[in-house]
Design a protein around this ligand. Structure first.
Ligand SMILES: CC(C)[C@H](C(=O)O)[C@@H](O)C(=O)O
Ligand code: SF4
Length: 472
């Protein structure tokens, strides 16, 4: 019978299933960070258990790491979480990419970069954005701390089988329109729960045209659409990205792996439980105006009027969000001024993201009213960026150049907004207080964030490209 990619990976991993009950599936890789693992390791200790497969378990610290002066952690809770992870990894024999390792970084940047993420694997982490790894055609999803413990102890997990949803992206992205705009556009169109209970497979011409890093941006935000996971079929782009990475089979073994990975793609005639379409051709740069990733619009558009929403719930939600965000309905998005810019996170903290931001910033100055920080997703991203001179471009333009970590994506470390501050952010969540109490977050692409830093307000990066050309 014709199968979808999800069904193939699922069937390859089911150890036990009974009708009407969740299945037990095998997990090929568990990634661990300091926030959701302490109780899991403690649970093992209390029951006298070991980590069953330390060789399939890899850890790093990211959420609590200061991006300035990383070894000087003054917050007692952050310090405790980080020290606890170090001790747990030492006690249980788990490989840790510690603060002094160049591989330390946001867990979802670190995994793919090291080649730990492969097509066809099942991957879990106590973190919702584990969906990022689906860009490689891995079934990757976030789990809770008790499940982290269960996987540490058994390398297995109980899971109800999700349904399948094809998100077909037709056409091609236009210049200045990025993978971030694409996923923001999809979520703005279909809502933050349209994929609840499903694993998304992104298909279509626009997806095939994306680089691995762009695919990761798309899959990263699957969770913001409610999905259990997001998948993209592996292809030559995937294999080229993986070849030669540290934890990937080498030489002949790699070619054999590629042959197997090619079999994973959805069969002709396989049926998804649901299909939605999206048109990439007409997409333009996006910016969110509200407090959920689905409250987004075209940068050329305006802050919406709550009265224009069709249901009472939507009207109320929009009213509340607009009030929290300190906006006025009808204001053009390009009139909204900002105080802060954050370029980084597991959504947009990779080398291509930094290149895109640097290309916009080069030769310009950050607006005097704006504080702008650039935070590489990992130590390796930082080193690569410095090799290319991107750090100099950013510093010259007035951005701060930081060390790897989650940083201002969420307020668990010293990088936080002050109450009322407004931030153009390349991260994935704009919830109330996400970047600091009463902080206001607008989600955008790296190029849009860099242009906003310079203008001091949102600006259509497509005009920016035009302006830069005119001035050249
Ligand atoms: C702290 C962690 C559990 C959380 C998550 O699960 O995603 C964080 O990474 C986030 O982005 O909100
Ligand atoms: S960068 Fe943000 S979204 Fe990603 S793991 Fe860290 S806190 Fe979560």
């Amino acid at each position: 019978m014709a199968k979808t990619m999800f069904e193939k990976i699922w069937d390859n991993h089911v150890i036990h299933s009974e009708p009407g009950k969740p299945s037990i599936i095998y997990i090929d890789l568990q990634l661990v960070h300091e926030v959701t693992s302490p109780q899991a390791f403690e649970g093992l200790r209390l029951s006298g258990r070991k980590v069953r497969r330390p060789d399939l378990t890899f850890a790093t610290m990211d959420h609590n790491v200061p991006t300035k002066d990383r070894f000087n952690i003054t917050d007692p809770i952050s310090k405790q979480q980080i020290d606890t992870l170090s001790k747990n990894c030492a006690d249980f024999g788990v490989t840790l990419f510690d603060l002094d390792s160049i591989d330390q970084g946001v867990v979802h940047v670190m995994g793919p970069e090291l080649g730990l993420t492969h097509p066809g694997k099942t991957i879990v982490c106590g973190d919702s954005h584990t969906s990022t790894h689906g860009a490689f055609g891995a079934l990757a999803f976030g789990i809770g701390t008790s499940e982290v413990e269960h996987v540490l102890a058994t390398q297995c997990l109980q899971q109800a089988k999700p349904k399948t949803l094809e998100v077909r992206i037709n056409g091609k992205l236009k210049p200045g329109v990025t993978a971030k705009d694409l996923i923001l556009g999809v979520i703005a169109k279909y809502g933050t729960d349209f994929a609840t209970g499903y694993v998304i497979e992104y298909t279509g011409e626009a997806i095939r045209g994306l680089s691995m890093e762009e695919r990761m941006t798309v899959c990263n935000m699957s969770i913001e659409a409610g999905a259990r996971a997001g998948l993209i079929a592996p292809d030559q782009t995937t294999f080229d990205y993986l070849r030669g990475r540290e934890y990937v089979p080498q030489d002949e073994a790699f070619e054999q792996a590629v042959a197997a990975w090619k079999q994973l793609t959805t069969d002709e005639g396989a049926v998804y439980d649901r299909v939605v379409d999206f048109d990439a051709d007409s997409l333009i740069p996006q910016v969110t105006w509200g407090t959920s990733p689905g409250m987004g619009t075209d940068v050329t558009s305006r802050v919406p009027n709550p009265a224009d929403f069709s249901t009472e719930n939507e009207r109320k939600a929009a009213e509340k969000a607009i009030e929290y965000m300190g906006l006025t309905p009808g204001t053009p998005m390009t009139d909204v001024t900002i105080d802060y810019v954050f370029i980084g996170s597991c959504t947009n903290g990779r080398i291509e993201d930094l290149r895109a931001a640097a290309a916009v910033a080069q030769g310009y100055k950050v607006s005097p009213n704006v504080t702008a920080i650039v935070v590489p997703g990992s130590g390796r991203v930082k080193i690569q960026a410095e090799k290319e001179g991107l750090d100099k471009i950013f510093i010259e333009a007035g951005f701060e150049w930081r060390d790897a970590g989650c940083s201002m994506c969420l307020a668990m470390n010293p990088d936080v907004l002050k109450p009322g501050q407004r931030c153009a952010s390349t991260s994935n969540r704009n919830f109330e207080g996400r970047q600091g109490r009463d902080g206001r977050t607008h989600l955008v692409s790296p190029a849009m964030a860099a242009a906003a830093a310079i203008e001091g307000r949102f600006t259509d990066v497509r005009d920016w490209n035009f302006k830069v050309k005119q001035e050249a």
